[in-house]
Write a protein that binds this ligand. Structure first.
Ligand code: NYM
Length: 212
């Protein structure tokens, strides 16, 4: 009998919400409980496309706004064969940002609508669960200064937050909002509960297609 597929689990949120910490803790907890799990992150800065994106984010290069949007999307598509292979092998993937960040960040720029931004990512593997780590701009500010990369300003992050709120109205995606202002352990427990449900459900359902 073929083994049961893993779940595609995504963590989203504005910068400083604690996504990376929580992704790592979730992978550790799943592994400890005997469920194979691996972390992925987007952008994946290790590929050739990822290096172009990284230089742009670090302000070492300039790229036209549409172009960089398409590169972020291409960076996801280039990893689709690996994502599908891992899921089929029964490994749950915990992903730090996905197409939702892609849409929220580009559409926070002037002159971009959600529909245009979503288009290149239509057809990607659909996450079984997307957890949005909710943190107000004032709480984010308490966690220290933003970094030096592009987009790391509170004005831009507020616009990104609004775009995420628009995206979360889409009921075809399994969104769960997590209060990221709680302690790291409480946030983790919350995330773990939702993830175990999603992993169980994913075993019985085929992988879906995003925004189609
Ligand atoms: N970002 C991330 C985008 O603008 N589009 C995307 O598709 C994705 C996945 O890149 N500010 C932005 C969000 C972040 C930055 O930061 C990546 P980090 O710290 O590597 O998650």
């Amino acid at each position: 009998m073929a083994c049961k597929r893993g779940a595609l689990i995504v963590l989203e949120g504005v910068d400083k919400a604690g996504k990376t910490t929580q992704c790592k803790k979730l992978v550790q907890a799943l592994e400890l409980s005997g469920r194979p799990a691996e972390m992925m992150r987007f952008p994946d800065r290790t590929t050739t496309i990822g290096q172009l994106i990284s230089a742009y984010l670090e302000k070492k290069s300039d790229l036209e706004d549409h172009t960089v949007h398409l590169l972020f999307s291409a960076n996801r598509w280039e990893l689709v064969p690996l994502i599908k292979k891992k899921l089929e092998q029964g490994t749950t993937l915990v992903v730090d940002r996905y197409a939702f960040s892609g849409v929220a960040f580009t559409s926070a720029k002037p002159g971009f609508c959600l529909d245009w931004c979503k288009n290149p990512d239509v057809g990607l593997p659909k996450p079984d669960l997307v957890m949005f780590l909710q943190l107000s701009p004032s709480e984010a500010a308490l966690r220290g200064q933003f970094g030096e990369e592009r987009y790391e300003t509170s004005t831009f992050q507020k616009r990104v937050q609004q775009r995420f709120e628009e995206l979360m109205k889409d009921t075809t995606v399994n969104w769960k909002v997590i209060d990221a202002s709680q302690s790291v352990e409480n946030v983790h427990t919350n995330i773990q509960d939702h993830s175990l449900n999603a992993i169980n459900k994913a075993q019985e359902t085929p992988l879906g297609t995003l925004w189609k």
